[in-house]
Design a protein around this ligand. Structure first.
Ligand SMILES: *Cc1c(COP(=O)(O)O)cnc(C)c1O
Length: 388
């Protein structure tokens, strides 16, 4: 068999997942069409219950996107102008966007070179800088579980507690992962996730959820999700949003939750196979021993990243760069502050990361093609100066 044949490998394969689910999705949609409760129908509460049970938390507030799942806790905490919110510079734009949108000041921290997650040392230095300048009030930190691996919550919670910061975990990519045996959802004061179709647990549109054990926060978020409504629909007690999750999306997610564990296993198997075959040849992802990853992405590093991507494209292997620019260099976010020493690791990663196809339905022959294409690229471009 020619493992380098040019047929395309899918980066994410939602059609294969749909086939694996049989009629479950169609049946779930048909039930919603029959009962007609499209807004906040019974599937929304059922999903919240299922997810809370899974994450071992008291409350889940389903909402309209992973971005709104970040916005809701910050709004509930009253974060706004004059507040400093610490974020890693190497993440998706939404993590800082919500901070800037509320008029608060994002403070960009560097990340660790092995896990790509928020550096506790950079966070500490950034807090000291904000405290010393006394122009802003340190209010919250948003660690991101990048590519599906939980951040260092034990260290971060200790730092946050002594500085009086709320911890909002951006678990958009990590729902289903664990840290020291505890599931994502209960690792911080509040945890947000996203059900964007390409995330490990995705719906067929936009969706998200917030996880927390905090009763007051939950009450505030449930109100903020529906225009800040009070005890009756037409009493407005908060300036809120329209941030509900559609009943149809909740029904679709309920069907997908049933196969989620199996999917996570399959992702981990693909990742292990990649690392076995590629680990000696280029810089492969590191998951620390005390945690598991959802493997939302499988991201290698190479200084010859662009040549590697071009070579893979020729072999029909799609790749993606998450993320090409650190947030502190985004034009829209120039109003933020930078941790002392800047974010050199974030900058280096933006020039060297490359994500290759990983999903639960990636067949062995396709994995072999990805591996063979990478090894072949390494042969033609010469040995990598690749490792950072
Ligand atoms: C996807 C993502 C978001 C935003 O989620 P949406 O559902 O697209 O709004 C936020 N943070 C991170 C790290 C993400 O990957």
């Amino acid at each position: 068999m020619d493992v380098l044949r040019s047929e395309k490998v899918a980066f994410v394969d939602l059609l294969a997942q749909r086939e694996a689910l049989g009629s479950a999705i169609d049946d779930a949609i048909a039930r919603v069409l029959a009962h007609g409760q499209f807004i906040m129908g019974p599937e929304v509460q059922e999903l919240e219950r299922r997810l809370a049970e899974r994450a071992e938390v008291a409350h889940v507030v389903a909402c309209s996107s992973g971005t709104d799942a970040l916005l809701l806790p910050l709004l509930a905490w009253g974060v706004g102008p004059g507040d400093a919110v610490f974020v890693p510079s190497f993440t998706f734009t939404a993590t800082a966007e919500v901070v800037a949108l509320l008029g608060a000041t994002p403070v960009y921290c560097d990340v660790l070179s092995d896990t790509f997650n928020l550096s506790p040392a950079s966070l500490e230095a950034a807090i000291d800088k904000v405290v010393a300048s006394s122009a802003l009030q340190p209010r919250a930190v948003i660690p991101v579980d990048l590519f599906g691996q939980p951040a260092d919550y034990r260290e971060i919670l200790a730092i946050a507690e002594s500085a009086g910061l709320k911890v909002l975990a951006d678990g958009a990519q990590s729902f289903g992962a664990t840290l020291a045996g505890r599931p994502v959802g209960g690792l911080a004061t509040a945890t947000s996730t996203s059900f964007f179709p390409a995330k490990p647990l995705g719906c067929y549109g936009d969706g998200g959820a917030v996880f927390t054990d905090d009763d007051h926060l939950t009450e505030a978020m449930r109100s903020l999700r529906v225009h800040g409504s009070g005890s009756s629909k037409y009493e407005t007690t908060r300036v809120g949003l329209n941030a509900r999750l559609d009943t149809l999306q909740a029904a679709i997610l309920l069907a997908k939750v049933d196969i989620f564990d199996r999917e996570l296993e399959r992702r981990a198997e693909v990742a292990a196979r990649y690392t076995d075959s590629l680990g000696e040849h280029l810089m492969t992802p590191v998951v620390r021993g005390d945690r598991t990853s959802t493997w939302a992405q499988y991201t290698v590093q190479s200084r010859a990243r662009d040549r590697l991507a071009a070579s893979l494209r020729q072999h029909g292997i799609p790749t993606a760069i998450y993320y090409p620019r650190p947030l502190h260099q985004q034009p829209a976010f120039s109003g933020g502050l930078l941790a002392p020493g800047g974010c050199p690791t974030a900058e280096k990663l933006c020039d060297s990361v490359l994500s290759v196809p990983i999903h639960p339905y990636l067949r062995d022959v396709e994995q072999d093609r990805v591996i063979a294409a990478i090894l072949s690229a390494l042969r033609t471009t010469g040995p990598w100066p690749g490792v950072l």
